[in-house]
Design a protein around this ligand. Sequence first.
Ligand code: CO8
Length: 257
Amino acid sequence: MDYEILQITRHDEIALVTISRPKAMNALNTRFFDEMDQAVLGFKADKNLRAVIITGDGKAFVAGADIAEMQHKSAAEAAAFSRKGQNTFASFAQLQVPVIAAINGFALGGGLELAMGADFRIASTKAKFGQPEVNLGLIPGFAGTQRLSRLVGMADALYLLMTADMIGAEDALRIGLVQKVVEPEALIDTCMEIARSIASKGPEAISLVKSVTHQGYDKTLAHGSELEAESFGKLFGPQSEGLEGMTAFLEKRKANW
Ligand code: CO8
């Protein structure tokens, strides 16, 4: 399938994905999800990839699911679309590399749900965040009710979900929805810098720290700690990444991963 909505450019070991339907504020339709699933499959197979950055074209990051496409869905079709989107966003956590949302503008409804599927979020001062579904007589369908409360806590999540208020980048930073706020012109460069910094670390360590953190999140502390111990062990032994990293430190040289 050729890409019509996604523009994917490669910057050394970093992939930049730009969602581009600016006339519809990059609203998410079925085609978007098919393209994103294809992109994720490609990223999974790419052993030289070290990070993925997702951003939006124009003044929106993504202004939600495509309301025009959704409007006449039956109950069963809507539930199926909800699951399709949930699966796509859940697949970001299964990637071996970090997924960074570079939020350039409106991140509303499904757009905020997409951003919350990323490992972390960097926002421009122009970004605006909200879950306005109740304005339309809807609720979030791409796991927004679940991820928002996990990220910002129950009360801030319910406040946003029930009031449909749009908040700015500084408020998003205050409640922990985004990790950094930068000037609009510095957004992509900042994300690239963060991605390059992560790319300089041990790739297996990055992959394991991501998978253990995601997998352990919904488990008990004991279960998650056991996952951590198993993964910790994988980084030791002859030819291991950990041995190289620790040896490089002691020999005062750069690690050769
Ligand atoms: N879907 C479809 N088209 C959209 C969307 C959208 N979510 N958002 C904007 N557009 C379109 C507008 O209709 C308009 O099209 P046209 O030029 O043809 O009239 C164009 O984009 C530009 O939009 P505006 O003229 O409204 O631009 P403004 O700068 O005045 O406003 C806003 C920008 C504030 C972003 C405004 O467009 C807006 O409020 N958009 C809708 C936001 C929204 O309600 N999002 C939630 C959608 S529901 C959702 O995401 C549920 C997810 C779970 C789905 C589960 C599956 C079943």
